[in-house]
Design a protein around this ligand. Structure first.
Ligand code: SAM
Length: 191
């Protein structure tokens, strides 16, 4: 099974208006396409970015939630806890070039718990490093959060991250070597 058996949440820290919103949108789209269930963004609100991601989900299927996160530190604390008021006893991974090799860490991550993947913004507070169960690097060079997320999600799912199912699409792409082949389910004949 390609999917991590428990829900995966991707958290983007500290979005700032004025920064290129496409990176954030791409982060959300990669999260959705490669097996996450939810995308949360802290910092400045940008509803247009969420609208774009939600439109893709509506068009191409599946269930994917997006939301603004007011306080990531509070959220992480709650996510890790197993209290009865919203705690899920989840595992927290922080993607950072300073962390441990993702190819090693991925084997240690419990499969029987929800997983949150934290992606940094301009400056990541030291508390995030302390609160994460694992600080994980995808190589020790600075590069792109989008690439780091994609490689990590793929390794987590044994190289099968693109094998997700997206039920109830409006548009469904049929791979074709000769032409663009898309089924429009709104135009399907009813027998
Ligand atoms: N400090 C810069 C800025 O002003 O935005 C760059 C931050 S970096 C592009 C944003 C995030 O990408 C990091 O916080 C981390 O989550 C992720 N990232 C970048 N390189 C990484 C690597 N080699 N391994 C894991 N994550 C990485």
């Amino acid at each position: 099974m390609p999917n991590h058996p428990n829900p995966i949440t991707v958290v983007r820290l500290g979005y700032r208006i004025g920064r290129d919103p496409r990176i954030n949108t791409h982060l959300g789209l990669v999260a959705r396409a490669l097996g996450a269930d939810e995308f949360l963004v802290s910092g400045d609100k940008n509803n247009k970015m969420f609208d774009t991601i939600e439109q893709v989900t509506k068009t191409f299927g599946g269930e994917f939630k997006t939301n603004h996160l007011e306080s990531p530190l509070k959220w992480i604390k709650k996510y890790k806890s197993d209290d009865n008021e919203g705690g899920v006893n989840g595992t927290v991974i922080h993607l950072t070039m300073y962390g441990e090799d993702y190819r090693k860490v991925v084997n240690e991550i419990p499969k029987n718990k929800p997983l949150a993947i934290i992606v940094g913004g301009a400056k990541v507070p030291a508390s995030i490093y302390r609160m994460a169960h694992y600080n994980v690097s995808v190589g020790n060079q600075p590069h792109s959060e989008v690439a780091a997320l994609a490689l990590f999600l793929d390794k987590l799912q044994d190289g099968k991250s693109i094998e997700q199912s997206f039920p109830n699409p409006i548009l469904e792409i049929i791979p074709d070597i000769e032409r663009k082949n898309v089924i429009d389910h709104t135009k399907k004949e009813v027998e």
